[in-house]
Design a protein around this ligand. Sequence first.
Ligand code: GSH
Length: 252
Amino acid sequence: MSEPSCRLYYWPSIPGRGEFVRLAFEDAGTPYVDVARLTKQEGGGVAAMTALLEGKGPPHSLLPFAPPILVWQDLVLAQTAHILQWLGPRIGLAPDDERGRLDAHQLQLTIADLVGEAHDVHHPVAVSLYYKEQKPEALRRAGHFTRERIPKFLGYLERVLERNAKRGAPYAVGDRASYVDLSLFQLLAGLRFAFPQAMARLAPTIPRLAALAEEVAARPRLRAYLASSRRLAFNKDGIFRYYPELDSDEDR
Ligand SMILES: N[C@@H](CCC(=O)N[C@@H](CS)C(=O)NCC(=O)O)C(=O)O
C-alpha cells in the first residue's frame, strides 16, 4: 500500500479486537502506526484515540463508536470486520473474487459474534461493572458458553474448513490464506488462554482449526511478530481473560 501508513487506534495494553487488525498488517509486512502505543510526545497515547472518538478526526468522516479504528488519509473505519474487509484486499489477504470476499466477511462477522460472547462471559450484566460485581452471573454464563456456545461456533468453523479442504485448500476461504485465517488463529489463542480446560476437552473435535492455527503461527512474518515485543500478551483486562472458576468442569 502506498504511503502514508495506515493509523490503527486501539487500547495500548490489551490484544483485544485490535489484534485481529495488527495480525493482518504484520503478516502482510505492511507498515502501520499503532497510534495509542506511541507516547504523547510522538503524537500518540490513549488521548489520540479519545480525540478521534470525540470527532476530532479528518473532517467529513463518520464518527466512530469504539476502537479498533483505522485511519487512512481521510478515511475513518471502525468495526473490526469492516476494517478487515477494506484492508484485506489491499494487502493481499483476501480472496480475489467477490463471492470469496463476501464469504470472508461473513466468517469474520461470525468470529466477531463469538468474540463478543467471550467478552460477555466475564461481563454478563454490564460493561460498566467490574467482574467481581457480576461474578454469580458470570459463573452461570460461563457454563453455557463453554458447554454450548464454543462447541457450536467452533464446530461450525471446523465444518467450514472441512468443506474448503474438499476443494484442496486448508484455509477458511479460497485457495490461499486470508485475514479470516489469521483471525481464526487469534480466536483459538484467546479461547485457549481463557478456557484451557474447555478447549482441551474440545480439541479432538477441531483438528483442522488447530492445524490451521499452527500453520498461521508459523508464517515467517507472523512467527517473528509473535516473538517480538509488539505482540501483547493476553491479560486480565482484555476480552479473553483467564479466571479458573469460569473454566471449571462443574455443572452450573
Ligand atoms: N463490534 C465492534 C466492537 C467494538 C468494541 O466493543 N470495542 C471495545 C474495545 S475491544 C470498546 O472499547 N468498546 C467501548 C464500548 O463498547 O463502550 C468491533 O468488532 O470492532
